[in-house]
Design a binder for this molecule. Structure first.
Ligand SMILES: Cc1cc2nc3c(=O)[nH]c(=O)nc-3n(C[C@H](O)[C@H](O)[C@H](O)COP(=O)(O)OP(=O)(O)OC[C@H]3O[C@@H](n4cnc5c(N)ncnc54)[C@H](O)[C@@H]3O)c2cc1C
Length: 490
């Protein structure tokens, strides 16, 4: 094995959201940075996550546009869709983004090395290159930003099942698709395929999908998806999948129901990709799922080794990994100390209709505060009045009565992510309901509903607690702070 002559200030393993951000920020502070990547630059988000998914979701929405156009006088002859063309165009865009990410790193002076990194000893990372050679690199600081990977199911026939990574390599649309899982990836991909015309059945072991989201949001989406014709099977699980020759797949559920489908997608969760990283060589502590244990400053149990992003399994979202990567680089090479803030992290589910949310759910708020007021509105979007659809939008505010502070804003409806991003700023600033009321609406818009909600609902509005299968994860980590005090933000 060759040994590189240089000693780097920071060696980043994994060029995904967190790793690229840390490398760029560190290099911009003048640090000597090396980043190693075994796959495509940009990681999950760019290659098999947020970006290709959103492109495909956008593609699927054209089906609704065509349907809705008739009521506005458009006469559209039934359109056909070329799935292979969409995927080829998507691949071209992802390749362009890979290039942009690479150039952004190089422009800051970070060195990129291709291959699989493994911590060999304190301060030494061995990289196995794609050509079969390997090199040992020395570094004063190591950042593990290795992300996560889909958990694969273990029932008989699991080898016939796709995971989310495989979806982005498909070249033909499955006519009948069974999706296993109730998290946001299962729901988003199920809706996306349904939009393209696949017959979709979603099977989830819990009482309702999207555990951790507001109860009204979950039940509202349940109703909307059923109206659209998605098959939803809750409290059920897949017992086996069989394939005989070129016949369709036969999926047997736990109650004996047998479904014939063309493809099965398992989206039952993701786990940190830490196996084989050499953590045991230096004593970096992980939890039972393989997540690297870190403190508020992303320091592992071993001095000089840090970890961020999906590898630490806090909130698996790109903006969170970016913020964490920034914090590590700034604390190491910039001025002053900062910590990541996990309060008021907005998020979206790009289902159809989409969900977006920021702050506390109703049941979280009720658990944390003495008195909570709920403001809620369900209405038919203006577009549907002429389009003729029976789709409904849901808007919901969760307000602490004593302080009048808005604790949560939730929406299910078109453009939810675009609407809620703005309200996330308001929540970060500690906005009160009175300030929402004093804000004039943009008329006519759906978003104006959130500043015109005047009547609090009689409480409680629903049996939210009853539909949570597990305690919502975010609540467990909100109070991470520098143990020696420090600023917030990144
Ligand atoms: C289908 C899907 C949809 C998603 N949609 C959204 C969304 O809409 N919005 C959102 O915010 N988040 C979304 N996410 C989550 C988001 O993609 C992740 O939270 C984010 O990418 C995590 O960044 P990361 O840097 O921790 O890891 P990653 O982006 O996964 O990057 C880790 C990188 O490390 C590399 N690597 C791993 N091990 C090694 C090794 N030993 N040596 C060298 N390289 C290694 C990997 O190849 C990878 O490139 C989605 C995820 C999926 C799967």
């Amino acid at each position: 094995m060759a040994t590189d002559a240089e000693t780097f200030d920071l060696l980043v393993i994994g060029a995904g959201s967190g790793g690229v951000r840390a490398a760029r920020v560190a290099a911009s502070f003048g640090a000597k940075v090396l980043i190693c990547e075994q796959g495509a630059i940009g990681g999950t988000c760019v290659n098999v996550g947020c970006i290709p998914k959103k492109l495909m979701v956008l593609g699927a929405h054209f089906a609704d546009e065509q349907r809705d156009a008739a009521g506005f006088g458009w006469q559209i002859t039934p359109a056909t869709h070329d799935f292979a063309l969409l995927m080829a165009n998507k691949d071209r865009e992802i390749a362009r983004l890979n290039g942009i990410y690479q150039r952004l790193l190089e422009a800051r002076g970070a060195r990129i090395v291709r291959g699989r990194g493994r911590i060999a000893s304190l301060g030494v990372v061995e990289v196995a290159h794609p050509d079969g050679t390997s090199t040992a690199y020395r570094a004063k600081n190591i950042l593990c930003a290795v992300g996560g990977q889909p958990v694969r199911p273990s029932f008989p026939g699991a080898e016939h099942v796709m995971v989310s990574d495989d979806v982005f390599r498909l070249r033909a649309l499955p006519k009948r698709l069974l999706v296993i899982g109730g998290g946001y990836i299962a729901v988003e991909l199920g809706c996306m395929f349904h939009g393209f015309g696949s017959e979709v059945t979603l099977v989830h072991r819990g009482r309702l999908f999207l555990n951790g989201f507001d109860g009204d949001v979950r039940t509202h989406l349940d109703e909307e998806l059923r109206k659209r014709g998605l098959g939803l099977r809750f409290r059920r699980h897949v017992s086996s999948v069989e394939r005989t020759g070129t016949e369709p797949l036969r999926v047997t559920l736990d109650d004996g129901e047998v479904l014939e489908v063309d493809a099965v997608l398992s989206a039952i969760g993701r786990a940190p990709r830490t196996a084989g990283l050499g953590l045991e060589n230096v004593g970096v502590r992980t939890d039972e799922r393989g997540a690297i244990q870190v403190d508020a400053a992303f320091r592992t149990s071993v001095p000089g080794i840090y970890a961020v992003g999906d590898a630490i399994d806090r909130i698996a979202l790109t903006p969170v990994a970016l913020a964490e990567g920034s914090v590590v680089a700034t604390n190491l090479f910039g001025s002053g100390r900062c910590a990541a803030s996990y309060e008021g992290v907005p998020s979206a589910v790009f289902s159809n209709p989409p969900i977006a949310t920021v702050g506390l759910t109703e049941d979280e708020a009720r658990a944390e505060h003495d008195a909570v007021d709920i403001y809620k509105s369900t209405f038919r979007p203006l577009k549907q009045t002429l389009a003729g659809g029976d789709e409904k939008t849901l808007m919901k505010l969760v307000v602490e009565r004593a302080s009048d502070r808005v604790l949560g804003v939730h929406m299910v409806g078109p453009d939810a992510a675009e609407v809620i991003q703005g309200f996330a700023v308001a929540l970060k600033c500690g906005a009160t309901k009175a300030q929402f009321d004093a804000t004039l609406g943009i008329h006519p818009s759906a978003a104006e509903e959130l500043v015109t909600l005047r009547e609090a609902c009689a409480e409680p509005t629903h049996e939210v607690v009853a539909i949570h299968d597990d305690p919502p994860k975010v609540r467990r980590i909100v109070h991470h702070r520098w143990e020696d005090g420090g600023g917030a933000g990144s």
